[in-house]
Design a protein around this ligand. Structure first.
Ligand code: AOS
Ligand code: ZN
Ligand code: ZN
Ligand code: ZN
Length: 426
């Protein structure tokens, strides 16, 4: 299933006039305030977010899973789904694979499929949180941190294999998320577990191609409920520093204890040139993996404020790997991802409207009220016409959710793939 160009231009007709009116009104207002509107629109169009291969089917919880039908059941179909998202939104120009769930059977065919849909291969994810069929060693008590050398070696080798697979597809980074930790006090020696992890990561790091980077994700708890080896940004940063220049911290928005100041974490990591990647989602309680911007849109905006500042002022920090990491239990996964993409672009656009020089001046004056006013002036602006313009310029649709429904995309996928589909993933 593929969305055709004519379908998109036909669909856009009904809203084109009102879009133009809204855009002109906003562009006029912003230009008067001194903003370069076409520059903002260009930056929005360039901002591409990778879709995780595991978020294209219904996720589920430990209590159950409810299929959404017509889900992709192999890598080709996952890429097709991302192609649909990209053709509507023009923001989803990459896919992030998870090995072993997504091992290609025919590399050339997979690469051709992706390039025909304008999809790149973003960071590849390794998996040492599940035992694979016929595996000699078990990860029940950890992988890279395990007390057993044989287990650590198996996990290291898996990561090297993942790099090799990603390399054949054109990926440029490996994302490591470990479930390693302990469920009860006394179960692990914290220092041994940390040192084993560091040494294992160094072995993996040595296998990185020269133009690759390694992204180290952290998370305070789950699936282990007493301790996690890479529990926070500090642990991730120490491990990255222990590996070398090409290792970075990856921030997943859901991987913080309640009320953590994520924007501050993001800011300081960029200052140190160590923020490598991002997993967008939203949460109320923990690693909820909810739709981006659905719970705390203002926090997302504040994070983007720091990201925009960092992109402008921290050349020591590399370009980031942007990815959504979400899971859908009750929504159509593609609709959920469209909402997330929109929320990301919205927060980014609003952050670009922050008057940085006025903010700096107000900070130097210690004018606390003014500082807040400057941020909130940007936040309160309805930037959606800018997003529409960026999509329109790239050949996308004015209203992605409405288009998805109007074009009966899920119905088309069900017709093509049937109802009994099972997508792998968490
Ligand atoms: C797990 O909580 C992490 O967020 C991972 O980034 C990701 O969800 C996992 O690798 C997908 O299986
Ligand atoms: Zn994540
Ligand atoms: Zn997570
Ligand atoms: Zn998750």
């Amino acid at each position: 299933m593929k969305v055709q160009k004519e379908q998109i231009s036909d669909y856009n007709k009904k809203d084109l006039e009102s879009h133009n009116e809204n855009f002109d009104f906003l562009a006029n207002k912003l230009s008067k305030q001194g903003h370069n509107v076409s520059d903002i629109v260009t930056k929005l169009a360039k901002f591409q977010v990778a879709i995780p291969s595991w978020a294209l089917g219904a996720g589920g919880t430990r209590f159950g899973r409810f299929s959404f039908y017509g889900e992709p059941s192999n890598l080709e179909q996952k890429i097709e789904d991302v192609g649909i998202l990209h053709s509507l939104t023009q923001t989803a120009g990459a896919i992030s694979l998870h090995i072993p769930w997504d091992i290609p059977s025919d590399y050339n065919a997979i690469k051709e499929k992706a390039s025909a849909l304008n999809i790149k291969f973003d960071s590849v994810n390794s998996n040492t949180f599940q035992d694979q069929k016929d595996a000699l060693e078990t990860y029940k008590y950890g992988s890279l941190s395990n007390v057993s050398k044989a287990v650590r070696e198996q996990a290291i080798q898996h990561n090297l294999d993942v790099i090799n697979i990603g390399d054949k597809l054109g990926s440029k980074s490996l994302t490591v998320w470990l479930a390693d930790g302990s469920c009860f006090p006394g179960q692990n020696n914290f220092q041994t577990a940390f040192q084993n992890t560091q040494n294992s990561l160094i072995d993996i790091y040595k296998g990185l191609p020269s133009d690759w980077s390694m992204l180290i994700e952290y998370k305070p708890y789950e699936p282990n409920f007493y301790s996690t080896v890479i529990q926070d940004w500090g642990a991730s940063l120490m491990l990255a520093n222990g590996c070398g220049d090409k290792a970075y911290t990856l921030v997943d928005l859901g991987h913080h204890l309640p009320n953590s100041n994520i924007e501050q974490i993001v800011s300081i990591l960029q200052l140190k040139g160590k923020l490598g990647g991002f997993h967008f989602n939203d949460s109320k309680y923990g690693d909820d993996d909810l739709t981006v911007g659905s719970i705390k849109p203002y926090a997302l905006f504040l994070i983007f404020n720091e990201l925009v500042y960092g992109m402008q002022n921290n050349p020591q920090n590399p370009d980031l790997a942007w990815m959504i990491d979400a899971s859908h239990n009750v929504k159509d996964p593609l609709e959920d991802l469209i909402q997330s993409l929109e929320a990301i672009q919205e927060a980014y656009a609003k952050a670009m409207l922050i008057d940085q020089s006025a903010l700096k001046a107000a900070q130097l004056d210690n004018d606390v009220v003014k500082c807040q006013e400057i941020l909130q002036e940007a936040y309160r602006t309805d930037v959606r016409p800018l997003l529409e313009k960026a999509r329109l310029n790239g050949g996308g649709v004015l209203s992605p959710i409405d288009a998805y429904r109007t074009l009966n995309i899920r119905e088309g996928l069900i017709k093509e793939r049937g109802k009994n589909t099972v997508a792998t993933g968490l």
